[in-house]
Write a protein that binds this ligand. Sequence first.
Ligand SMILES: Cc1cc2nc3c(=O)[nH]c(=O)nc-3n(C[C@H](O)[C@H](O)[C@H](O)COP(=O)(O)OP(=O)(O)OC[C@H]3O[C@@H](n4cnc5c(N)ncnc54)[C@H](O)[C@@H]3O)c2cc1C
Length: 393
Amino acid sequence: MSRVRTALVIGGGIAGPVTALALAKAGIQSTIYEAHAAAAEGVGSMLSVAPNGLAALEIIGAAKAVEAIGQPVPGVVMADGGGNRLAEFGGFPGLPATLAMARADLFRALSDHAVACGVPIEYGKRLVTAEETPTGVTATFSDGTTATADVLIGADGIRSTVRTLIDPGAPGPEYGGVLSFGGYSGGSGVEAEPGSMYFAFGRTFIGYWRLPDDRVCWFAGLPRTEPLTSAEAGRVPAADWLARLRELYAGHVPGEALLGHTEPRDLMVVGPMERMPSVSRWHRGRMVLVGDSAHAPSSSSGQGASLAVESAVELARCLRDLPVAAAFTAYEHLRRPRVEMIGGDAAAKNKAKAGQAGAQPAMPAPEQMFAAVHRHHIDWDATVVADHDVTGE
Ligand SMILES: Cc1cc2nc3c(=O)[nH]c(=O)nc-3n(C[C@H](O)[C@H](O)[C@H](O)COP(=O)(O)OP(=O)(O)OC[C@H]3O[C@@H](n4cnc5c(N)ncnc54)[C@H](O)[C@@H]3O)c2cc1C
């Protein structure tokens, strides 16, 4: 197989536009195919992009576009749910601040940036199947149209179709025992210094930070044995969910105050907390996975978006330097240990949030917790060398 010149990128969320931008930097032309009719359709809630994600965005020239929509939150405060601080951390000197933002804003900023850089995005294109030939791969979409290129990249999220095309026996997402919510609270009576993300554990967990308009944005979970889909959860009146959350957080500091000052209209029903079990096949032939389709560590890690961005940049670097098979193998070797280490940590945090790990999670100092994750650096200019067992031809 010769070097890759063209790619079909399936999914226009976070990994999709970043992959396309990184491929362009590597000299590979691509088109993004997104199932929804427009950018950022149907994506609620907030997320954070950590310094490691920003460093990867810097490589492809997209960091400024993301900084423009983010609120800097460099600090971390851990508390015990009784109003006592357990640990605090001001961020690593020399690294940019973690940025908090609406998920929909990030989707839009990245797709706008990709379009501005000349990447074509086709909306309303839901991939249903793909077929390989000796020289390429042809994708078929639900509207009956097709597209062909040298490789197909599945940036199609946690319910990836490409993952199943690569391996029909691939696992799907696992329910983490918690239904996630977010909300905006009037914020009075809650200690939340601007610029710090607070994580209050104890009997149950709530995370929060102060917004520039002085309200407090929070995220929390309701332990629940039976999973509900986001659509099912959304059909329950917000006032009912709020009542259940208030009951759960009664006596929790500051959960009780945060929920007490949240109006039903300011509640976001985020949906079931999920993570992907280890995906044994990331690639087959001319198809490969990137982002949540390969590794979705659950929202507990605060790293889903940042890891998706890192993987997208590394995949492009491998395709720049190696033929297809060798590139995909090198990419997986570069990425799997890191994403599985971070995914494992998040699974432990989920148990704490679901009340399955005792009253208080064992917690290392924040510096120790974040150093290896936040300081990660991709050397774009370094040439990727093939693993010994792969010829790539
Ligand atoms: C509630 C919540 C909170 C989160 N908080 C954080 C956080 O604080 N920090 C963090 O880093 N991460 C967080 N995450 C995770 C983060 O949102 C994901 O890791 C990230 O969006 C992954 O990007 P992706 O591009 O791989 O997948 P997605 O963002 O899911 O994008 C996949 C895209 O593919 C499209 N698609 C799907 N199937 C097809 C198909 N067959 N054909 C064409 N297109 C298709 C979808 O419409 C979608 O646009 C959170 C996630 C959730 C749900």
